[in-house]
Design a protein around this ligand. Structure first.
Ligand code: CP
Length: 306
């Protein structure tokens, strides 16, 4: 029997598999498949943290592939009654659930679940660790824009330290040969990131004219330690908010992205929402097709693309 594949972070996928997933995504974007690819298969969406984009797009993707769908919120699950994740996994597999989409505040929780579950696990975001399908939809959006990403300069700006999206994107973009420029204050971007094969910059204004894409991040206050962080909102806004003045410093073809949810007035000003290169809606739209392609790939393996 073929080993059941899970997707916990992007390093679970070979570059040729990412290439296949993107080709399949493009195919689904062009033409929706008949609702049979996951027919008779049960998918469970287990979200222990709030979500709008990820849960909605996974649900749509599952529907469009013909899966049976169960969504369970933490209040409803028996984990709160002392059941271990391993025992929950055994229970869910025994009732015939084949795919679990999990979001959890604890980094590493989806990996533990995948080790115990006889089925496919997809990480929908775990703590500050990883969010692989967000990175895939971000990179798909960039590839549609630029084609080959080799040598493209992608600036990721803001709270890198607490961002699972940034961590998965760094991994994926480096794999694609892009030059990753991390931009932020020490509080959100410790010098240790310099060891990750990326450029670390403190001065956003210096970086603006050279980037091909700017990926803005939300400040992840829910992941701060009780001591908080050593930067005030006013200091952050002055140095790192993308506003009309900073937009004028970008090359004409530079695109701006954000994984959402975005906080107006903090990491971006309203000017960004009317900027010609603002690609947020594209990212969200691509998310459904990318997640269809990931589900199809994990469950059915690679199909002929003809
Ligand atoms: N980008 C993202 O993960 O959004 P949600 O938290 O709304 O799922």
């Amino acid at each position: 029997m073929r080993a059941r594949r899970s997707l916990i972070d992007l390093d679970d996928l070979h570059s040729s598999e990412i290439d296949y997933i993107f080709k399949r995504t493009a195919h689904f974007e062009h033409e929706l498949p008949p609702r049979t690819l996951l027919a008779g298969l049960a998918c469970m969406n287990l979200f222990f943290e709030r979500s709008t984009r990820t849960i909605a797009s996974f649900t749509l993707a599952e529907q469009r592939l013909g899966a049976d769908i169960i969504s369970l919120s933490p209040q409803e699950s028996s984990l709160g009654k002392g059941e271990t994740i391993e025992d929950s996994a055994i229970t869910l597999a025994a009732m015939g659930i084949s795919v679990l989409i999990i979001r959890h505040p604890e980094a590493g929780f989806p990996r533990r679940l995948a080790l115990a579950f006889d089925g496919h696990v997809i990480n929908g975001g775990d703590g500050a660790h990883a969010h692989p399908t967000q990175a895939l939809l971000d990179i798909y959006t960039l590839c549609k824009e630029f084609g080959d990403l080799r040598g493209r300069k992608i600036a990721i700006v803001g709270d890198i330290l607490h961002s699972r999206v940034a961590h998965s994107n760094i991994q994926g973009l480096k794999g694609m040969g892009a030059e990753v420029i991390l931009v932020g204050p020490e509080a959100f971007l410790p010098d240790s990131f310099k060891n990750d094969g990326v450029r670390v910059e403190r001065d956003f204004d210096k970086v603006l004219p050279e980037c091909d894409a700017v990926v803005l991040l939300r400040i992840q206050r829910e992941r701060f330690s009780t001591a908080g962080v050593a930067i005030t909102d006013d200091e952050y806004i002055k140095a790192y908010r993308l506003d009309g003045k900073r937009l004028k410093e970008l090359k004409e073809e530079t695109i701006v992205m954000h994984p959402g949810p975005y906080n107006r007035g903090i990491e971006l000003a309203d000017d960004v929402l009317t900027y010609a290169g603002w690609r947020y809606a594209n990212q969200v739209r691509h998310g459904v097709f990318v997640r269809m392609a990931v589900l199809d790939f994990l469950v059915n393996g690679q199909q002929s693309l003809n």
